[in-house]
Design a protein around this ligand. Structure first.
Ligand SMILES: NC(=O)c1ccc[n+]([C@@H]2O[C@H](COP(=O)([O-])OP(=O)(O)OC[C@H]3O[C@@H](n4cnc5c(N)ncnc54)[C@H](OP(=O)(O)O)[C@@H]3O)[C@@H](O)[C@H]2O)c1
Length: 218
């Protein structure tokens, strides 16, 4: 059975990915604080390294899916240093560290890294400087890494979703509008992960958007 190591599998997009891939006969291991096979707060890089290295002693990775992430969309001068560090640690440092830890195994399995970035990785919006820095950083990291590892058979994909109806917006002052044409469903992103895994060749970049624009204030 092929093995998936992922983050973010407890909620929203990651939970939908975990559900679909489990149904397709993958063995999915989630790293996170809740519903986790490897319990770890991604902000704790040392613990992440120790726990994943231990797991890798008895498992190979066929697919690494970096999905965990948080959002913060406020004027940049209002963000505390602690919040800035948290967001960078979760959205950017953890996926880069996990890629590094898993790369030898992925080379053995001719595996695949899938990074869930964001539409914000592809554009420049106000109040998104920090979030965009992490998501465009992760997207560019993936594109560079693919050039490095393609000769050893490893695939790297960036999936860049637009607004998707998940708990991501619970702490934010906006959310997708209720009109279903204005937002994506987590199952749609999960299905795209499955499609990307099936394709012969490599999808390096996939942007998914709803048909219409619509945001609701909280
Ligand atoms: N929803 C959208 O509109 C949208 C659009 C574009 C991109 N994205 C991206 O999609 C990804 C998934 O977001 P979502 O919408 O599914 O949000 P979500 O429902 O809020 O899920 C966030 C996930 O991140 C994990 N996480 C957060 N902080 C963590 C920490 N300190 N340590 C370990 N895990 C942590 C959570 O796991 P635990 O709480 O169990 O630890 C949870 O599984 C994120 O990277 C987000 O940036 C979302």
């Amino acid at each position: 059975m092929k093995k998936i190591l992922m983050t973010g599998g407890s909620s929203g997009i990651g939970k939908a990915i975990k559900d679909i891939l489990t149904c397709k006969d993958y063995q999915v291991f989630n790293i996170g604080r809740k519903e986790a096979d490897i319990t770890c707060d991604l902000r704790d890089t040392e613990a992440l390294e120790t726990k994943v290295k231990e797991w890798l002693k008895t498992h190979e990775v066929d697919v690494l899916i970096n999905c965990a992430g948080i959002g913060l969309f406020d004027p940049h001068e209002t963000l505390s240093i602690a919040k800035i560090k948290n967001l960078i640690d979760i959205n950017l440092t953890a996926p880069i560290v996990l890629s590094s830890l898993c790369l030898r195994s992925l080379q053995k399995t001719q595996g695949h890294i899938i990074n869930i970035t964001s539409i914000e990785a592809t554009r420049h919006a106000k109040y998104s400087a920090l979030y965009t820095a992490t998501k465009s950083g992760l997207r560019d990291f993936g594109h560079c890494l693919f050039e490095e590892v393609r000769k050893s058979g490893v695939k790297v994909t960036s999936i860049n979703p637009d607004m998707t109806q998940t708990p991501f917006f619970d702490e934010l002052h906006f959310k997708p509008s209720d009109d279903e044409a204005t937002h994506l469903l987590p199952q749609t992103i999960a299905k795209s992960v499955w499609d990307v895994l099936q394709i012969q060749g490599v999808v390096t970049d996939l942007t998914i958007r709803p048909q219409k624009v619509g945001i609701a204030k909280r």
